[in-house]
Design a protein around this ligand. Structure first.
Ligand SMILES: Nc1ncnc2c1ncn2[C@@H]1O[C@H](COP(=O)(O)OP(=O)(O)O)[C@@H](O)[C@H]1O
Ligand SMILES: [Mg+2]
Length: 322
């Protein structure tokens, strides 16, 4: 439904997006995740036809995103930019009615259409509010309602949860689930991994303009499980630095980092050897208060993926605490 082939938009060194090839099947929610400046907005604007690629191509529902197909692309996509433009002195109703007109929704259908999209985004009560008086969370919901006016099959949402408080984020998540149930294919970007990752069927991790990993949430977690993270908490009076020193040099210990009274061990080896490491620490006189394997979540997977990249680029790995 959303497809890119070696999509590239260059702004000079290390900026923009490079050689992006990916495919998102119909009806899926794809989380496009990466730190600020990674190239998410650039990609989104390329997908919507707002930027022209330096190289490569994008397709929406099989339609090439180019000047010739501008109208079809606009019809196929509901795009929510990361910042809502300001519309002084306009009510939510006027705002949405205005965009209905822009999308050529016939006049007599507009009221019903506006009601419908406000229902979908749980924003019906905002109908008479002034657009410029809305909170961040309310504004995002109205902006999302706007993307639905022409009932597009594809929604492209740039940072739909950024700046939202936890409650508004949950509401946004529920809204996105409702839209998936309607069969929409949704791309959403986020610079904060856990923000919406729980709703995503697929995630792509982008950094410095390159797609570093792409797959199901389950794939990402499996990838992370190849590395085991062990956490050793040292009892009061113990010395975490010394505990870390003891770990280093032991079989399968890739690194041991200290964070407060804890040692975080990056372990690559068989699980059956883990108790041996625990025993060794105790034998060395380390007062081990707890010794646990990290359950791990997507955030850890993200750190692992980006750390692998750092290592291949020759820059020192970041500590998990950073
Ligand atoms: N119009 C532009 N001109 C020059 N550089 C840009 C432009 N837009 C974005 N960039 C640069 O491209 C990189 C990616 O930006 P962007 O796609 O906005 O990242 P993200 O949305 O992931 O935060 C950043 O380094 C940014 O400074
Ligand atoms: Mg952005």
């Amino acid at each position: 439904m959303i497809k890119t082939e070696q999509l590239t938009r260059n702004y000079g060194n290390y900026r923009g997006i490079f050689d992006l090839t990916m495919e998102i099947p119909p009806g899926k929610i794809f989380g496009f995740i990466g730190p600020n400046g990674a190239g998410k907005t650039t990609t989104i604007k390329l997908l919507c036809g707002l930027y022209r690629p330096t190289a490569g191509q994008a397709f929406i529902n099989g339609i090439p995103v180019d000047r010739r197909h501008r109208r079809e692309i606009k019809r196929a996509i509901g795009y929510m930019p990361d910042h809502m433009g300001s519309y002084d002195q306009m009510s939510v109703w006027e705002y949405l009615d205005f965009f209905c007109a822009a999308y050529r929704v016939p006049k007599r259908q507009r009221k019903a259409r506006v009601d419908e999209v406000l229902d979908l985004t749980a924003a019906a009560y905002m109908l008479d509010y002034q657009v410029d008086s809305l909170s961040q969370g309310m504004g995002k919901r109205v902006a999302l309602a706007k993307t639905l006016l022409h009932d597009p099959p594809v929604l492209i949402l740039d940072e739909p949860a950024s700046g939202l408080d936890p409650r508004a984020r949950i509401e946004m998540r529920e809204t996105i689930m409702r839209l998936r149930a309607l069969g929409k294919t949704i791309l959403l970007s986020s610079h904060i991994l856990p923000e919406l990752s729980s709703v995503c069927d697929l995630v792509g991790i982008v950094e410095k303009g390159r797609l570093r990993a792409f797959g199901t949430v389950r794939d990402m977690l499996a990838r992370m499980r190849e590395h085991i993270v062990l956490r050793v908490r040292v009892a009061e009076g113990g010395d975490a630095d010394r505990a870390a020193d003891c770990c280093r040099g032991q079989p399968h210990v890739k690194e041991a980092l200290v964070a407060g009274d804890e040692v975080c061990i990056n372990y690559v080896g068989p699980r059956t050897d883990i108790p041996g490491l625990n025993r060794y620490l105790v034998e060395q006189g380390v007062p081990v208060a707890s010794f646990m394997e990290d359950e791990g979540d997507l955030e850890d997977a993200f750190l692992h993926v980006t750390r692998e990249v750092d290592a291949t680029e020759g820059t020192p790995p970041k500590s998990p605490a950073s």
